[in-house]
Design a protein around this ligand. Structure first.
Ligand code: TXA
Ligand code: MG
Length: 314
């Protein structure tokens, strides 16, 4: 059975002990809940793939408490350092050259010479990483292809019985996964996310190349259809059809709304929970329609997730 651990010293110590024993523990970050395992252990990492039902060619993000811990496993170039200093701890993942002898399981990197690393800001994630004192591989804590979890009960909906425990930190503040950047030598956006592109470009002092056109998979393993609710999804809608649950934004009113005031930060935080609610309202034969979301700031990441939710299912 999957245990729910309280967000206190006892819960953190138990979670760290389970990770040290090679078990899987879901934990809150400011983006979404991660499904954590010891990144040095082939067995723990293999369990992550098995619990998610994830194709094993899809590499994982390694979570560490600070830049010094990152430098023990990866090489930090000049652009990466500038971004790390500006946005860590926070919702940014950097793809960096893996250091020789880093000790990270090749299952984490899927055999690549690079490793994706992130320093999360959430206080419970920080406490867990410091208590465990090792690198934690963590994809989002949902079955592969489904909606990412932003609350402990979302984790249990998808993974109960398949992982040892979930550390319950309440709802995630950002609500969208981290932005993934390949920083050096030429900065490239691999996945839009919790840090807006405009903020990255301001720090880099140059434009970010977009890897792919946003509809095609860019970071390996990013499949076109993802975040899939049960119901079909239609985008850019201002008037719902019968049988459609309309999710509004700003002036477009629906049965639900991402943000009645048109606030993209609020919309990001509510996106995955709202997808789940809309799915339930739509029922077995219903469909979900989303109001248009502007393609600026966090809107870029919201639209990326919505396009994947609406993509034809494989
Ligand atoms: O906010 C987040 O990033 C969450 C929390 C838990 O940290 N994690 C997350 O992990 O979204 P996941 O596994 O759902 O997405 C990881 C992404 C994948 O699209 C993968 O292709 C990319 O990171 N990735 C991992 N290693 C990579 C590498 N070496 N090169 C390029 N992309 C990589
Ligand atoms: Mg995911």
């Amino acid at each position: 059975m999957t245990r729910t651990l309280a967000p206190d010293d006892t819960g953190i110590a138990e979670a760290a002990g389970l990770l040290a024993a090679g078990e899987l523990v879901a934990f809150p970050t400011e983006t979404v809940y991660g499904l954590g395992g010891d990144a040095r252990s082939d067995r723990a990492v293999a369990r992550i793939y098995a619990a998610k039902g994830r194709p094993s060619f899809n590499p994982l993000i390694v979570h560490l408490p600070d830049l010094a811990a990152v430098e023990a496993i990866a090489l930090v170039g000049p652009n990466a350092r500038a971004l790390a200093q500006a946005f860590w701890p926070g919702p940014l993942t950097l793809v960096l050259p893996l250091r020789d002898g880093a000790g990270v399981s090749p299952l984490v990197t899927a055999g690549l010479a690079t490793v994706a690393v992130r320093v999360p800001a959430h206080p419970l994630a920080q406490a867990l990483l410091r208590a465990f004192a090792g690198p934690v591989a963590a994809p989002s804590a949902n079955p592969s292809g489904r909606v990412s979890p932003t609350r402990a009960d979302h984790v249990l909906d998808g993974l109960s019985g398949r992982i040892a425990a979930v550390l319950d930190g309440g709802p995630c503040a950002v609500g969208l996964e981290s932005t993934i950047v390949l920083a050096d030598p030429d900065p490239q956006l691999l996945r839009p996310g919790g840090v807006p592109v405009e903020a990255l470009e301001a720090v880099l002092g140059q434009p970010l190349a977009l890897a792919g056109d946003g509809a095609k998979p860019t970071a390996p393993g990013q499949l076109a259809s993802h975040y899939a609710p049960e119901a079909g999804v239609r985008l850019g809608v201002t008037m719902a059809q019968p049988e459609e649950v309309l999710v509004g934004f700003g002036p477009v009113q629906g049965a639900l709304t991402l943000s009645a005031t048109g606030d993209l930060v609020e919309a990001a935080a509510r996106l995955f929970q709202t997808l789940r609610e809309a799915d339930q309202l739509a029922g077995p034969n219903g469909r979900i329609a989303f109001a248009p979301i502007p393609e600026t700031g966090l809107g870029r990441a919201i639209n990326d997730r919505l396009r994947r939710a609406a993509a034809p299912r494989g």
